[in-house]
Design a protein around this ligand. Structure first.
Ligand SMILES: Cc1cc2nc3c(=O)[nH]c(=O)nc-3n(C[C@H](O)[C@H](O)[C@H](O)COP(=O)(O)OP(=O)(O)OC[C@H]3O[C@@H](n4cnc5c(N)ncnc54)[C@H](O)[C@@H]3O)c2cc1C
Length: 288
């Protein structure tokens, strides 16, 4: 790693003022669990300045307001996992945070870093897309908010400009009766990044029929998005293994329509289908 200047910003304004001048020559660091690994690579481009944002209090916290949950980017995965607000109103996000890395990574790694890094395997992202979150970016000149589903251009590439900092992630609380789940498949059970993952949300009516469904696979499509073709299969139906299998099959078909058939399809095609079925079963506590 080559030498660089280190700045510990105390306010959002202080950080964005430096970004305004240095643009891509500066790099923000939060928990550092992605940045430091990247900078230690032999051919990594070392920025002129690293801006540490962990002392900016305005960027901390998880709160609720007027039916929404406001997640500040420095919320760590451990904080999200333990948050009662998240447990009550966004269970799938807590589940996603709880399976990231190991305790040490969850204690340091932040949701803001996970979103901004935009790795295919980022575990909080499918959950945030399913929740319909908005992200807010701030520069010296202005703040702008956009749906997270529009934020990602491709893996590791977002709509954020070099002079912008992520300041907020906001989404509507799920109704208390909503059922949700997040599951991931890695190469091993512990400390493993996602090969594939699935976030689901289901709303049932009093008759036990599904009235709303959201399914977002991770690491399966070019960018994260809901698979509405599969969601539609569930609407108006009662849960069953057959139904959930049909939704899973539709997700694999949609995946292949994007990616074409390649060397990994033989594996991914049945596996994403099975993961979707399992995620839907988990969300519904369905006894299969
Ligand atoms: C051993 C190990 C295991 C891991 N396992 C998983 C896993 O299972 N699942 C998973 O999803 N990830 C995993 N990760 C990746 C990483 O821990 C997460 O992506 C984490 O959330 C990154 O957060 P951070 O605060 O450490 O980000 P940093 O490394 O500090 O930053 C990541 C990127 O985001 C930018 N950034 C950070 N905050 C902001 C902000 N507010 N505004 C603008 N830009 C910002 C940085 O400039 C950088 O480009 C793992 C990492 C390691 C080292």
């Amino acid at each position: 790693m080559k030498p660089f200047e280190y700045i510990s910003a105390k306010t959002i304004n202080e950080a964005t003022e430096v970004l305004k001048v240095l643009q891509s020559e500066a790099r923000i660091i939060a928990g550092g669990t992605d940045v430091l690994i990247e900078l230690r690579r032999p051919n990594a481009k070392t920025p002129q300045t690293i801006i540490d944002i962990t002392s900016i209090d305005e960027l901390r916290g998880i709160s609720e307001s007027n039916g929404s949950i406001i997640l500040k980017p420095l919320a760590t995965h451990t904080e999200i996992q333990k948050s009662n607000i998240i447990k009550k109103y966004a269970g799938l996000l807590g589940e996603a945070a709880s399976v990231i890395g190991a305790p040490q990574i969850r204690n340091r790694g932040t949701v803001g870093g996970n979103v901004m890094n935009a790795a295919t395997c980022a575990d909080t992202v499918p959950a945030l897309v399913a929740l319909g979150a908005d992200v807010t970016l701030q520069s010296v000149a202005a703040a702008r908010t956009m749906p997270i589903v529009d934020f990602f251009i491709k893996p590791y590439k977002t709509q954020a400009n070099p002079d912008e900092i992520l300041t907020e992630i906001k989404f509507q609380k799920l109704p208390r009766y909503a059922k949700s789940s997040f599951i991931k498949l890695g190469r091993r059970n512990a400390l493993s990044i996602s090969r594939l993952s699935v976030a689901t949300i289901l709303l049932y009516n009093d008759a036990g029929k599904i009235i709303e469904a959201r399914i977002v696979p991770g690491a399966a499509l070019p960018v994260w998005q809901r698979v509405t073709e599969a969601e539609q299969i569930l609407i108006g139906e009662k849960p069953s293994t057959k139904l959930f299998e049909a939704a899973g099959k539709k997700v694999s078909e949609v995946m292949i329509s994007f990616t074409g058939r390649r060397w990994s399809t033989e594996y991914k095609e049945p596996v994403i289908g099975a993961l979707v079925r399992r995620a839907l079963e988990k969300a519904s506590n369905y006894n299969y």
